[in-house]
Ligand binder design. Structure first.
Ligand SMILES: Nc1ncnc2c1ncn2[C@@H]1O[C@H](COP(=O)(O)OP(=O)(O)OP(=O)(O)O)[C@@H](O)[C@H]1O
Length: 254
């Protein structure tokens, strides 16, 4: 069910202390269990939206309303840089968020194995980050988010640094997990094909000031597979988002 709202931003402005107006009048509702992507030119405030939702900074005006009480919110953040501790094994890296909550490795072991299993990294627990490919590092980073059993997943260009094949595989695997676990996902990307493939909605932002200029609902059933990626429906949606992006870029120059 994707009917009740999970997070609502109402007329949110964010002005950084140096005077940069990163967001102006942002209204956005993300429903429970929805997969929403944010796309837009560099500097339009995509990361700022994620950070405000994560509570890493305050709005300058406007409100962020959660449908879930704070105690029931479990947010996980995944960044483009897998940000692993190079001196620690995969096991210890995935243990980190639980360790910070006071859970010992012994107590957390079963959950860590489960998270590694979800991202297809069975058997990699004793390896160090330097022994992993870029795609595997990102899988560890996702496992580190999943081990906390999040209900909201905030992803900031998680696959931006990966080659096309790896990105495509991780997109499919992420969708598969999302369908299984019903997380609410807010996903920032520069890649509109990725956004259309993954999302229920693609929200297009413009810069100077950062604002939402279009909200495109992708009416295509899940599970989505290779057939969807090569369908007319897929290319029609990509064209629509591209056209909205072009308008967004023109409006920033004007
Ligand atoms: N801590 C900060 N202090 C001052 N300005 C900031 C800060 N963080 C971001 N900005 C500015 O706010 C605007 C929005 O930045 P943000 O990183 O949210 O955009 P973005 O759309 O995620 O960009 P990109 O796609 O390049 O990652 C930009 O002009 C940026 O320079």
């Amino acid at each position: 069910m994707r009917c009740s709202s999970m997070i609502t931003l109402s007329q949110v402005d964010k002005i950084y202390p140096n005077g940069t107006v990163a967001l102006q009048g942002v209204d956005l509702t993300v429903r429970r269990g929805e997969f929403v992507s944010l796309v837009g030119p560099s500097g339009c405030g995509k990361s700022t939206v994620l950070k405000l939702i994560a509570g890493l900074g305050r709005t300058s005006s406007g409100e962020i309303h959660w449908q879930l009480p704070e105690a029931e919110r479990q947010l996980a953040f995944v960044f483009q840089d897998a940000a692993l501790m190079p001196w620690a094994t995969v096991m210890d890296n995935v243990h980190l968020p639980l360790k910070l909550k006071g859970r010992s490795l012994t107590a957390a072991r079963a959950d860590i194995y489960q998270a590694l299993h979800l991202v297809d990294l069975n058997g990699a627990e004793k390896r160090y980050p330097r022994q992993l490919s870029g795609g595997m590092k990102m899988r560890v980073s996702i496992a580190r988010a999943l081990v906390t059993q999040p209900n909201v997943l905030l992803m900031d260009e998680p696959f931006g640094a990966l080659d096309e094949m790896t990105r495509s595989k991780l997109n499919s695997d992420l969708l598969h997990l999302w369908e299984q676990y019903h997380w609410t996902v807010i996903f920032v990307t520069h890649n509109i094909y990725e956004a259309v493939y993954l999302s229920n909605r693609v929200v297009v932002m413009a810069a100077h000031p950062g604002r939402i200029v279009a909200d495109v609902t992708i009416k295509a059933a899940y599970p989505r597979d290779e057939a969807f990626r090569t369908s007319h429906l897929f290319s029609d949606y990509c064209r629509e988002v591209l056209a909205q992006l072009a308008l967004a870029e023109d409006s920033a120059i004007a």
